[in-house]
Design a protein around this ligand. Structure first.
Ligand SMILES: [Zn+2]
Length: 210
């Protein structure tokens, strides 16, 4: 892994654009929803601009910000930039953060809102998460209450970060999922894996309810 990301940072931007278009085609960022970022250097990110359709993302839809979300050039970054910078500040090994409004994450997070979490275990797909090499494990995924106040939302994640429970993914109720990783490909794999696992969870609920 490149410590400061400098040699690979252009590659990260290209990889992000490819993933954004792919996820857009999948219908995971409808109607300009979702937002993405990559780390360019220790204290510098490339963040999606506000209002851009992620399915058509190109370099003009991205802008540099610092680790507190302050724009480093003109324009307005995504409204949820504060949730990205929180993850980059907490996890020095995070170099990509992806947020999508995918269907299973949106529906499952509503159903799980009262519980405030979901624990996923005994799924082969858990091995898609970095550092997990067996199905016989337990991934705890927080489900945060939604809010239009991004600082308040970040504050509800903070205890999960502080006690080390959260790793790679979390959900916001009725809203979507956040995933991060060491590189764009890792974060993208975490998005796909969580979306799949939540779709399985919903299917299981439906089957066992009959
Ligand atoms: Zn969102």
């Amino acid at each position: 892994m490149e410590q400061n990301g400098h040699p690979g940072s252009e590659g990260r931007v290209d990889a992000l654009i490819r993933v954004a278009r792919e996820f857009g085609q999948q219908g995971w960022t409808p109607a300009t929803s979702g937002n993405y970022s990559v780390r360019l250097a220790e204290d510098r990110l490339m963040m999606t601009r506000s209002g851009v359709h992620k399915r058509d993302l190109d370099r003009s839809g991205l802008m540099p910000v610092d680790l507190h979300g302050r724009p480093l050039e003109g324009g307005r970054p995504s409204a949820e930039t504060g949730l990205h910078t929180q993850l980059y500040r907490h996890f020095p090994d995070a170099n990509a953060v992806l947020h999508v409004h995918s269907p299973a994450a949106t529906v499952a997070s509503r159903l799980l809102a009262a519980q405030g979490r979901i624990e996923l275990s005994d799924y082969e797909m858990l091995k898609a998460f970095s550092g997990i090499d067996t199905h016989a494990t337990r991934l705890v995924v927080p489900v945060l209450p939604n809010s239009q106040d991004i600082d308040a939302l970040a504050a509800t994640l903070q205890p999960w970060l502080a006690d080390g429970t959260v790793r790679w993914v979390y959900l916001i109720a009725g809203h979507g999922l956040y995933a991060w990783g060491r590189e764009v490909a890792d974060a993208a794999r975490h998005v796909e894996a969580l979306e799949f696992l939540l779709a399985c969870h919903l299917l299981e609920q439906r089957v066992t309810a009959v």
